[in-house]
Each structure stands twice: as C-alpha cells, then as structure tokens.
Design a protein around this ligand. Structure first.
Ligand code: SAM
Length: 258
C-alpha cells in the first residue's frame, strides 16, 4: 500500500545500523567499456544482483552486466507483470505495475533489514526513465540507497552517430515516442535539437510527426546504440516502420558553428 508520494505506509521505522544498502548501478548505454569505474567496482564484489526484465527475455541491463559479477552471486530477477498487453494509461496497466513495484519494494526491504546489500542493474542512467525510480520512491525514506549514475543511451548514441547534438544556444527536447502525434509534432516544432525515445511500435507515428515538423530529413535512427549489433542510419534510409524497443531518433541541432 503506498501513499500519493509513493512511500510505503507503515514502513517508516529507521533502519538499524546493521541494515544493508540498496545500490542501483547505471550500466551505461550497452558497451560495457562505457560503464563507470564505480559501477564496475560494485559489481565485482556483488553478492545479490537484481534486475528488471520482460517475460521470456533476459533484459538489456542483465545482458550488459554479463560476466561482470561472480557466478555465485544470488540473482533476483524482477519480471514485469505486463508490458505491451494494455495501454499505459489504462487502469489495468497502472494497477498491475503499482502492485508489482509495491511487492518488489517489500521483498527488497526484507532483505535489506536482514543486513543484505543488493545491487539493482539499470541500463543507461537510473534516474533517466529508469524503472528503478519506482522502487527508489518507495524505499528512500526508510532504507540506505545509493544510486550510481551512468552514461545515458542517448549520449552513447549521439556519440557513435558522429553528430554533436547541440551547438551554441540550441535547445534540446527529449520526447517519448509514446506521446500523441499532435503533441510530438508541436514539441518538435519548438526545439532546435531533439531525442525521441521509446520508438518501438511508435515508429510510423514518430516519422509522421518529424515530417510535419520539417525535421525528418536531418533525423538519425539509432538501434541498440553502442551494443555489438548497433544500427545507425539516416531516418530517410530506414525503409520499414518496425523498430525494437531499444531504438531512438536523434535530431542534431544546427546552432552556432564557430
Ligand atoms: C526506459 S528508457 C531507459 C533509458 C535509460 N535509463 C538511459 O539512461 O538511456 C528506454 C528507452 O531508452 C532508449 N535507449 C536507451 N538506451 C539505448 C541504446 N543503447 N540505443 C538506443 N536506444 C536506447 C530507447 O528509446 C528505449 O526505448
């Protein structure tokens, strides 16, 4: 049961000195060499490792961390109860996810109270559209938590694209591709540079919004940026409107060049 700020009601007792720490390590955009020294160090001594994943998939965070912690570490996978089966705005989706995060926060809290340190894996940076944030809001007032930032997926992607994203006074917008088409087109029309996340099944809609904002010609499509099977091409060369979840579109700014 959570209050409106996401804090677990009735779970506010201070942690004893022997309590464990919940670490969330940002793993960077995919290439393990782009992980921070701190995340690597924490992983190298991890005894309990937890990560989010979709049903039937290992999850990108787990894949990035492969081989970076001991085989003897206890793994606590957190399988999303629902992903694309219901609309994000629907009560079905929201109730399922709220219960899921409540349950996972409760399970982790029990282990922390028992003195265990736990590492949660997060692709990119945990505080940038990361699922961990929902556990963080539930546990931050009552448990020891340390979050290690990471290189974001967009940062790895624009670097590998070879196109600097903002020049001079460019204003950059980060837009989820899940937004309605008219909102995307409006926002795209107001910015100098843009990153559109969560492409997946939104590809056709995003392409139309970019076209109506006059930005399609300079857009770059990135699939699984910095990973071994990375694809980076001009959007105009992408023939189909199918895209995986780990894809984004970059619109580099055209500001002051000196
Ligand atoms: C839930 S958000 C997680 C963002 C992540 N915490 C970060 O810092 O980049 C997932 C979205 O990030 C984008 N993304 C993250 N990493 C990516 C990568 N390496 N290549 C392409 N897109 C990526 C995709 O648009 C994907 O749908």
């Amino acid at each position: 049961m959570t209050d409106t700020r996401g804090t677990i009601i009735g779970d506010r007792s201070p942690m004893p000195d022997t309590a464990g720490t919940l670490y969330c390590v940002g793993l960077g955009p995919g290439d393990p060499d782009l992980m921070t020294v701190k995340s690597r160090r924490l992983l190298s001594t991890a005894k309990i490792v937890s990560y989010f994943h979709k049903r039937g998939k290992r999850g990108n965070a787990r894949t990035i961390a492969d081989g970076l912690y001991s085989d003897t570490a206890l793994e606590l996978p957190m399988e999303y109860p629902i992903t694309t089966e219901a609309l994000v705005e629907s009560s079905t989706y929201q109730n399922a996810l709220t219960s899921f995060y409540d349950d996972k926060a409760h399970d982790l809290a029990e282990r922390l109270r028992a003195g265990d340190d736990i590492i949660v894996l997060c692709e990119g940076d945990p505080f940038f559209y990361g699922s961990f944030m929902h556990l963080y809001l539930r546990l931050r007032e009552t448990h020891n938590i340390e979050v290690v930032p990471g290189v974001t997926g967009m940062s790895g992607s624009w670097t590998n694209s070879g196109h600097p994203i903002t020049y001079g006074d460019d204003i950059m917008s980060v837009l989820p591709g899940t937004l309605p088409e008219d909102v995307l087109a409006l926002r795209l029309g107001q910015c100098d540079a843009a990153v559109i996340m969560k492409i997946g099944r939104n590809m056709a809609k995003v392409r139309r919004a970019l076209t109506s904002a006059g930005l399609a010609a300079r857009s770059i499509y990135v699939e699984r940026g910095t990973m071994t099977d990375e694809v980076i091409i001009p959007l105009s060369e992408k023939a189909t409107d199918t895209a995986p979840y780990f894809s984004m579109i970059l619109v580099p700014g055209q500001g002051r060049r000196l």
